[in-house]
Write a protein that binds this ligand. Structure first.
Ligand code: NI
Length: 259
């Protein structure tokens, strides 16, 4: 069985000491495609460098809503150049985070750069990877008014079932990770159950959100089988079928063949 991790931050300092061991463990677990996302310009450059160096790594480049201090039209021009590199398969991660930003001004800035980066993705025929936290209404509004023409995944989806239904009507995908294995996380499980099976993706969001029974430790792409198992259980199908469907979904959105 082959797996993928559609959202991980292998460029994070948490992996500095033992990157190769983490990468090898993923391959041993048959996690053969890892999409590494940047969150600003340096981390996007690093994601592209990792994709060049490692056969099973792909990259996404962009400005995360929590990291807009250095954003500018010039910086976005550089993201655009990076996005033209081979193995860059998405613009991300981009979106809205109202959890940490309560004031109107930073929220307006987030919306402005979210829209600009959707437009960039559209101009490059690339899908987007979306971070949305406590901002369901505006995320839905923006993705309705400014559709991601080449697709989108709502990464670590934490909205309601209702919003998910509206977004899935627009053809978007939903990424789920560690929280679907947490006992107290009711809504993510309900979302997996309600999500059309051809719109589901698995991810780790490494180094964060380790699944049970590894909760609280550093997460890594090799933990993906735990997420797939849980997803299969929630969808009431066998793990092989689940993995095959997920591979089709990943390939359809990011155009990356199964390795
Ligand atoms: Ni992330």
């Amino acid at each position: 069985m082959k797996y993928f991790d559609s959202h991980c931050h292998l460029g994070d300092d948490a992996f500095k000491e033992d990157f190769d061991a983490v990468y090898q463990r993923a391959l041993e677990k048959e996690v053969t495609r890892m999409l590494v996302l940047g969150w600003d310009l340096p981390s996007s450059r690093n994601a592209v460098a990792l994709a060049k160096r490692y056969k099973n790594i792909y990259a996404a480049v962009g400005f995360h809503p929590e990291n807009l201090d250095e954003v500018s039209d010039e910086a976005l021009e550089q993201i655009k150049e990076l996005a033209k590199e081979e193995k860059v398969v998405a613009i991300g991660e981009i979106g809205l985070d109202y959890h940490w930003f309560k004031d109107l001004e930073p929220r307006a800035k987030q919306r402005e750069w979210f829209i600009k980066q959707i437009e960039l993705a559209n101009s490059l025929s690339l899908p987007i990877s979306v971070h949305a936290r406590d901002a369901s209404g505006d995320t839905l509004q923006i993705l309705t008014d400014h559709p991601a023409k080449y697709g989108a995944v709502l990464h670590c989806y934490s909205g309601s079932v209702e919003t998910m239904k509206s977004l899935s009507k627009l053809g978007y995908y939903f990424g789920f990770d560690g929280p679907i294995t947490y006992k107290n996380a009711v809504e993510p499980k309900e979302c997996v159950k309600a999500c059309p099976i051809n719109r589901l993706l698995t991810e780790t969001d490494s180094p964060y959100l380790s699944p049970v029974p590894l909760r609280g430790t550093r997460n890594e792409p090799g933990n993906i089988p735990l997420i797939v198992e849980k997803m299969a259980e929630l969808k009431e199908i066998n793990v092989e079928e689940m993995a095959e469907q997920l591979n089709r979904n990943f390939e359809e959105l990011f155009h990356v063949k199964t390795l």
